[in-house]
Design a protein around this ligand. Structure first.
Ligand SMILES: *Cc1c(COP(=O)(O)O)cnc(C)c1O
Length: 391
């Protein structure tokens, strides 16, 4: 008999502290309303505070009034507008790349790109902590997939010495989404050069936030388009909007338009979203104060955590995870913080490796220094209340 007892499997997850559910919040800047209570949000990806920025919202409203809501089709049929072209050109200019292609989401960009670039007979090399969409893309492609321990250049070197492949693609997050550290991009670029491989960097969390002028981890490492031929960014994080893009050579973009199935067979992003993103990009470029403020908040959070004896991970970015280990303990901490007025969701396996459940604390340019202090105090108190076994 086939076993379709999904409810039993869900129960087992619940008992392991791995149950997931959605909760509708009202979100505005650094605050959320949840079940009638106001909470300070310390787990969003809206690092620069642009998701509810009035100028971004206004650009969205104006464009929706002009173009309607939906794009009405795929890019290659009726979905493509001047707003898409303009956003692509402005992103290419911002990042110093030949050309940019928009995708409807980052998940789709990664799936479609890897599948378009490699096939059986090729090899893909992935950092163990890469985003799920990068794995799914390589599985979809049918290429041989190698995984190397996080940021372990020596292990990757050993893997590259094995096998005969038509193409090799090295894939890494730029700023790692769950740890907040940056991959060893210069070393990866060097290895790629030595092996005739291509390097693909997904900088979903880095672009807008880190590097010179907010141009991300690749720019911070001093790497150019020929070092990192495939650069992916998302527009739903620091840009506060929605969607994603790949940046690279004319040939790469042209190839993606021919071959990336998640570009071809899906509805183009709404033009109003592109108009809002263009306004967000202007603010990313012009309002350096947002990044400066973030740096101050990060420094304040880290110094405070150290004083309180909280063990943070080595991150200089607005992603400041507090490693808990046990998934249930992470949930207990998260619930405790919620009672104290803070929203910090617990991140558990399989999003992160088993035994590394954590509170992924994130900072935004809209937090006040006092918010950070208050969070630290609550964190320290709740941490002390955990049973000693998991501390
Ligand atoms: C969020 C994220 C994605 C997915 O982007 P969406 O636009 O949200 O689908 C891809 N890669 C990384 C590293 C991410 O953090």
């Amino acid at each position: 008999m086939p076993n379709w007892d999904l409810a039993a499997e869900v129960r087992a997850r619940r008992e392991a502290g791995l149950y997931r559910r959605t909760r509708a919040i009202r979100f505005q800047g650094a605050w959320a309303e949840l079940e009638g209570r106001r909470l300070r949000v310390f787990c969003s990806n809206d690092y620069l505070g642009l998701a509810a920025e009035p100028r971004v919202v206004q650009a969205f409203q104006r464009a929706a009034a002009e173009h309607g809501v939906g794009s009405s089709g795929a890019h290659l049929i009726t979905g493509h507008r001047a707003e898409h072209d303009a956003l692509e050109e402005e992103l290419a200019d911002f990042l110093g790349r030949s050309r940019v292609l928009l995708f409807s989401t980052g998940y789709m960009a990664n799936m479609g790109l890897i599948d378009a670039l490699v096939k059986p007979g090729d090899a893909v090399y992935q950092d163990w902590l890469n985003h799920a969409s990068l794995y799914d893309g390589s599985r979809l492609s049918g290429a041989k997939v190698y995984r190397y321990p996080h940021a372990d250049v020596a292990a990757l070197t050993a893997l590259l010495a094995q096998g005969e492949f038509r193409r090799r693609l090295i894939v890494s997050d730029g700023l790692f989404s769950m740890d907040g550290d940056v991959g060893p991009l210069a070393a990866l670029a060097q290895l790629a050069r030595e092996h005739g491989a291509w390097l693909m960097v997904d900088d979903a969390h880095g672009i807008g936030v880190i590097g010179p002028g907010g141009r991300g981890s690749v720019a911070a490492a001093g790497l150019a388009q020929h070092d990192v031929p495939v650069l992916v960014g998302t527009l739903g994080k620091a840009f506060g909007c929605f969607g994603a893009f790949v940046a690279g050579s004319d040939e790469l973009i042209d190839w993606c338009i021919q071959k990336a199935r998640t570009y071809i067979y899906t509805t183009a992003p709404p033009p109003a979203v592109c108009a809002a993103t263009r306004q967000a990009l202007r603010l990313v470029r012009e309002e350096e104060w947002r990044r400066e403020r973030l740096s101050l908040l990060v420094a304040r959070f880290r110094a405070g955590a150290e004083q309180l004896g909280l063990s943070l991970m080595p991150s200089e970015s607005p992603i400041q995870p507090l490693l808990v280990g046990d998934a249930s303990a992470a949930l207990v901490l998260s619930r405790g913080l919620e009672e104290d007025g803070f929203l910090v969701t617990a991140i558990r396996p399989p999003t992160v490796p088993p035994g590394t459940a954590r509170l992924r604390v994130t900072l935004t340019a809209l937090h006040e220094p006092e918010d950070v202090d208050a969070l630290l105090e609550a964190l320290a108190r709740r941490w002390r209340q955990l049973p000693e076994a998991v501390q």
